[in-house]
Design a binder for this molecule. Sequence first.
Ligand code: ADP
Ligand code: MG
Ligand code: ZN
Length: 612
Amino acid sequence: MSVKEHEPPKKPLIYYGIMAFLTLMLLNVFVFPLLFENQVSEVGYNDFLSMVDKGMVQEVARDESAGSITFSTKDEAGKLRIYQTGIWPDDTLLKRLEDAGVKFASEIPTQASPLLTILISWVLPVLIFSFIGKLIMKRMTSAGNMGNAMSFGKANAKIYVEAQTGKTFADVAGEDEAKESLQEIVDFLHEPAKYAAIGAKLPKGALLVGPPGTGKTLLAKAVAGEAKVPFFSISGSEFVEMFVGMGAAKVRDLFKQANEKAPCIVFIDEIDTIGKKRDGGVGSNDEREQTLNQLLTEMDGFDPQKGVVILAATNRPDTLDKALLRPGRFDRRIPVELPDLNGRIAILKVHAKDVKMSGNIDFDAIARATSGASGAELANIINEAALRAVRLGRDSVIQADLEESVEVVIAGYQRKGAVISPEEKKIVAYHEIGHALVAAKQTDSAPVHKITIVPRTSGALGYTMQVEEDERFLMSREEAFNKLATLTGGRVAEDVAFNSITTGASNDIEQATKLARAMITRYGMSDDFGMVALETVNNQYLGGDTSLACSAETAAKIDKEVVAMIAEAYQKAKRIISENRPVMDKLAAYLLEKETITGEEFMEILNEEEQK
Ligand code: ADP
Ligand code: MG
Ligand code: ZN
């Protein structure tokens, strides 16, 4: 749902063009003909004579040089008309005209006066166009900005109050620390006197930082719902305009409105689009810098006692300009992290409220299977489950729907139509059992939850799901190394069972390399380097790409160590699998037959075999 309602109607330039054109057309069709009405019609000489005899002719003029007679008549309705006819040798004409009482004129004007013609056909359109031009200018200047190339609109900050966002803190599950921080701001806006009495100043701005989908925007909307004060919301990208200076004008406009409405909240979503570090280097963006400068000035300019609180959200705090973060601006930083186990359970429950659920749903199990998922992903899982229930013709969501939708969100939909040859299926089965077996035979590794060889739309031909028994925050060196061994287990199983290897391990290889590198360069888990940071993380919340912070020789050494570490893990996995060859065959055959097996089934077969 979008809260950006009440967009002021922006009329593009073309609209005015069409208006002007239509006006001119209308004038042409209806007005000009009236003004030019005394147009001349040609008639025959005999018609002229008969009109004279009938007494219709009023005035007549003879133009020798043009060889024509012009005369005017009045019909019964009293309407004046002008005719022209040629000159004929006719001696009786004079007498006839006298008899009919026609007035002799020196000239009958056949046209509207030339001055009027010029006025109408040239001056009037110019007047019309300049009037429309003025109208456009007025719209532009009254908005306090120039608009962008095709539209001349007001700044897009609008007032959103409680009723419009419709969200409260009850809609945000988990994130208790963030809510507590924001609650204080809400309180302040309700009762500024309480804070003033003790001399406490509230932060001017609070910055919500965290990975995408963790509920930053949702929290801001909830603040609006709770605060019951005007709430101005704008997205950072809306400041970035085509022409230099417009973004700054919008910022000015926004703060002007906010000051008038104080106490109130201003929310700037995705502030990193304007708040990037000003480096002035190549590719620097004048417009963005001006906008940022204006924002900084405005934030300094207003009185904290007045009760304007600025909230902003970003998932790239590291790129923000330091000037934004200094005290007196966004001095309060509210982390909105990925939810922990309890947070996930709470989020699932909040979203389950909107969906018909069958009585006995184990949210705990779903939450445990989704470690690392964001609030948005969890909301999606609930929705996918509801869709599946409808697809299968049920009237409420059951546990199986949720479990399947976890996999849909992790790995995509099942590819029912995919045709995979029996040989390939067999390879995939051994590969997955390889992972599971290595995991199960090591201590300190998460229990196997599910193994499947049903292909998914993400391209995975199968996968092994491991679920931790309880939430983990730390990983020991042994656990990390065991994880490496588990990751190599798939490839090892192919190697041992078929004596050949496939491309199926590419994802495992990528993950293993990443983990091994991180162990050496960031976690200080290698004997050679110890506790030295050899890499820095750039984008903590978005993918977490890293850049090396060491000499070329060290980089070469790191590469060598990564290779050695993974080779060691591979050997460990190979030992485990070779020792358990018979049970691997049995498990692979079972998986091949069932396509999907649970962790319990897997462990049962494994333990049976061990007892023999
Ligand atoms: P962000 O702005 O951090 O990227 P959003 O606030 O847009 O994320 O969250 C997207 C959606 O995810 C929300 O609309 C909501 O449905 C769901 N969501 C995220 N976090 C939570 C939460 N803590 N509680 C409930 N729903 C959440
Ligand atoms: Mg957001
Ligand atoms: Zn694998």
